[in-house]
Design a binder for this molecule. Structure first.
Ligand code: ZN
Ligand code: ZN
Length: 197
């Protein structure tokens, strides 16, 4: 039998915890991602000059956009909320944005300034070269977050016994939203921490 569970309740509990976790997300320039981006970019023989100036930054002011490429500067900005997305989305978003830089770089070499479509053939080719041949043309964070995964992990509230199915194992403690709401003024409390069912 399925115990009562609503997406709204789970969202409440997750939102409270996500707000706490967000404070711990990295901000500013990310040397590790930048190193990876440069190594990746150097595999493209005609893009070494671009590789040398790549910068990767986390930008907490980004809202619904997962990533952004500043073409002239060789700069990529990523939304810190990518940490709430399924595994692998940070890497994929970074490659998506790098593909924009590659496409633009190639279109503007030799003093040329060829106009290209943002997600046109040049971008598609770069995606292929950067290892994401099936990449979609979206920058929307919600689209990444809502990619359907089976809910294989079950958690339970020790107080009210509600069920909380999840796609991925909890990596940080989550509390039961309804219990926090009803018995603790909506604030997180360890008494309502979910346990594996
Ligand atoms: Zn794009
Ligand atoms: Zn509860």
């Amino acid at each position: 039998m399925l115990l009562p569970w609503s997406a709204a309740e789970l969202a409440l509990a997750e939102a409270a915890l996500a707000a706490k976790a967000r404070a711990a997300y990295p901000l500013g320039r990310d040397a590790e991602l930048e190193g990876g981006a440069r190594r990746l970019m150097r595999q493209l023989p005609d893009c070494h000059a671009l590789a040398a100036k790549i910068e990767v930054h986390w930008n907490a002011r980004m809202r619904s956009t997962a990533g952004r490429a500043w073409q002239g500067k060789g700069r990529v900005e990523l939304n810190p909320r990518l940490h709430e997305c399924p595994e692998g989305e940070i890497d994929r978003t970074l490659r998506h944005e790098l593909a924009h830089l590659v496409a633009y770089f190639r279109a503007s070499r030799f003093g040329l300034r060829r106009r290209i479509e943002p997600h046109g053939a040049e971008w598609r080719l770069a995606c292929h070269e950067l290892g994401i041949p099936d990449e979609e043309r979206t920058h929307r964070l919600e689209a990444l977050k809502s990619r359907r995964l089976p809910l294989r992990f079950r958690y339970r509230c020790p107080v009210c016994d509600r069920d909380f199915p999840r796609a991925r194992p909890m990596r940080r403690p989550l509390a039961c939203g309804p219990c926090c709401e009803e018995r603790n003024g909506g604030r997180y409390d360890t008494r309502f921490r979910l346990v594996a069912a």
